[in-house]
Design a protein. Structure first.
Length: 271
């Protein structure tokens, strides 16, 4: 009988989105689209739909730790995507678990404010995120507002973005990707800083309301590509192609904002 081949595994440490468009749901869809087996460590559950978030329930730090101690030794994830952690206590327990299990390819989407305006990371916890979690990250993927919070700088120009990326990297992250979707204009410019040099990915802006889950999807697509053994810059490039395909073919399952389509389209032919 032939020996069974162990699949490539990635794990998402994040919150559940009951509406299905973001959080661990978007991460698992993204992993699956890349042929990567997805495991989860649930930090919280949200009551939300396409119109917004109406409630959040957190899981206890001890149970978060128990999930990590169950998943990592057995499944040996080749990459980790970290999303919304909500407060300093849960940031610390996740950071402790990442150190304890010597996690590889840690990609952090520093979710601070949800797209509907709901605060998902208390202001007091941002300092803990910077001090405790950033030094464990191979890549952090803030949007422009998040990059301002993490760097303490006001970003107006391209030079400001570069300075913010350097400041975030100085906090310990090995690489920084400042996404450009929040900046106005006909193009979206995502800026990657690997600690030594910059690489900008410029693409025409896609006009769509199907934008729920973009940050989660981009970070988990990068993690999936890293898990598959690709380099950082190539993983970012491929993840952007995947994200743009999801935006182009977005879906509208409810009465509010739409979500990305994680399956379908021709993104694989463009990477």
């Amino acid at each position: 009988m032939p020996k069974l081949r162990r699949p490539v595994c990635a794990v998402t440490i994040a919150a559940s989105d009951s509406g299905g468009g973001a959080g661990i749901q978007a991460d698992l869809l993204t992993f699956a689209a890349h042929g990567v087996y997805g495991a989860t460590v649930l930090v919280a559950a949200t009551a939300q739909n396409t119109r917004g978030i109406s409630g959040i329930e957190t899981l206890s730090p001890s149970f978060i730790r128990r999930q990590m101690d169950s998943v990592f030794p057995d499944l040996r994830p080749a990459a980790v995507k970290v999303g919304a952690l909500l407060d300093a206590q849960r940031i610390r327990v996740v950071a402790s678990g990442l150190r304890r299990h010597r996690a590889d390819n840690v990609v952090l989407d520093p979710v601070i404010i949800a797209s509907d305006g709901t605060r998902l990371l208390a202001a007091v916890a941002v300092k803990t995120l910077i001090q405790v979690l950033l030094p464990l990250c191979d890549l952090v993927t803030p949007n422009l507002p998040e990059a301002q919070v993490l760097s303490g700088l006001h970003i107006r120009t391209g030079a400001d973005r570069r300075e913010a990326a350097r400041a975030i990297a100085a906090s310990g992250a090995r690489a920084v990707l400042i996404t450009g979707g929040h900046r106005r204009g006909p193009s979206v410019r995502d800026l990657l800083y690997d600690g030594r040099r910059f690489r900008e990915f410029a693409n025409p802006r896609i006009s769509t309301r199907a934008t729920h889950g973009t940050g989660c999807t981009l970070a988990s697509a990068i993690a999936a590509n890293l898990a598959l053994g690709r380099g950082l810059e190539d993983s970012v490039r491929r993840a952007i192609v995947f994200l743009r395909a999801g935006l182009t073919h977005g879906i509208f399952p409810g009465r509010g904002r739409g979500a990305l389509r994680h399956f379908g389209g021709s993104w694989k032919s463009r990477v």
